[in-house]
Design a protein around this ligand. Structure first.
Ligand code: ATP
Ligand code: ZN
Ligand code: MG
Length: 318
């Protein structure tokens, strides 16, 4: 993977003077992001969305020849499917559940009285069969498995979803609700690894064409707790996750804008998804953080889209 890497040492990020406005402040001031009062939960301007839309189309163009099957799911998924997926083993702290009021009129009166008195009104909320989608590919696996064994050539899907992760932050790149575009490959180990390799190259070329400094690095997911540290070490040692990092908030702590994940047979065995020859299917996905790439562009090319380098504007808008 070293061939994709480029050092960050030559990257200059204009640092805000101490006490001056942060990158997030400047995004608010320019109206690109809109405050809601919650860290990591933002409205976006038309200009911001025009970049998100252009990226979405660019990613479609780059993958077009592969003939991925397009599917779109809402930002909530089935709680039983979520439980079976194993997400809670790794990331209980990031999960978001949808709760709803299931009481009667007396319960309703209680809620209103609590709100009126400024007290906690959520005591009567009960978990529903919906949880918030944590990654665009999670709703896909049970749907794919329900179709039966994969064809010999495997399958390829094109996804996009709002995703929720409970990780409030003052870094604009770490949102609680954000959009993730994904391609997901299912098949033999060779098929899914070839897919990941090709997207490491295509993703790198895409981001270079957008004029962004980047490095591909081995990575791990932020597994929860003490047992999580071992999972993270294994993931790294086995080369299961790579990230395409761009300095956005700082040069020292660059931001993962794309990620390239090999799940081995985790989802295949979880969902009893089989290859054509009966073996357990392997899966891999490439994830594009649409807000993160947009923020990287704003950080490096400035907050005025009209002043972006012509080559970047052409790559995005033709
Ligand atoms: P990080 O290490 O920064 O937390 P991650 O490993 O959790 O990122 P993935 O789980 O691989 O990221 O998610 C796929 C893509 O979604 C990432 O490459 C990134 O671009 C985007 N993404 C992940 N978390 C967030 C977030 N909190 N806000 C905005 N985009 C995100
Ligand atoms: Zn995925
Ligand atoms: Mg994360």
């Amino acid at each position: 993977m070293e061939s994709f890497s480029s050092p960050h040492s030559d990257v200059l990020l204009e640092d805000a003077p101490a006490g001056g406005p942060t990158f997030l402040d400047r995004l608010f001031d320019h109206g690109l992001l809109i405050r809601t009062g919650v860290d990591g939960l933002y409205g976006r301007s038309g200009a911001f969305e025009s970049v998100v839309d252009a990226l979405d189309r660019l990613i479609t163009r780059i993958g077009a020849a592969d003939g991925a099957e397009v599917m779109r799911f809402p930002p909530g998924m089935s709680r039983p499917a979520f439980e079976r997926s194993g997400y809670l083993k790794g990331f209980p702290n990031l999960a978001g559940t949808v709760h709803s009021f299931c009481g009667d009129s007396a319960g309703h009166a209680e809620i209103l009285a609590c709100v009126e008195a400024g007290q906690d009104w959520t005591g009567q909320q009960e978990a529903t069969d919906v949880v918030l989608t944590p990654a665009a590919c999670y709703p896909l696996y049970p749907v794919a498995a329900a179709r039966g064994p994969l064809p010999a050539e495997g399958r390829l899907f094109d996804l996009q979803s709002y995703c929720f992760r409970r990780e409030p932050s003052l870094e604009p790149t770490r949102m609680q609700l954000f959009r993730m575009r994904e391609y997901v490959r299912m098949g033999s180990p060779e098929q899914v690894l070839a897919f990941r390799e090709s997207w490491l190259e295509r993703g790198t070329a895409m981001m270079r064409d957008l004029g962004l400094p980047l490095a591909i690095d081995a990575a791990n997911d932020p597994f929860f707790g003490r047992a999580g540290r071992m999972l993270a070490n294994n993931q790294r040692a086995q080369g299961l996750k790579f990230e395409l990092n761009v300095p956005v908030n700082s040069v020292e702590k660059p931001t993962a804008c794309l990620s390239f994940n090999y799940h081995q047979d985790h989802f295949g065995s979880t969902w009893e998804l089989r290859q054509a020859d009966g073996g357990v299917a392997h899966t891999a996905c490439v994830g594009f953080g649409l807000e993160r790439i947009t923020l990287a562009l704003l950080r490096h090319h400035g907050l005025d889209l009209a002043a972006w380098p012509e080559a970047v504007r052409t790559a995005l808008w033709g």
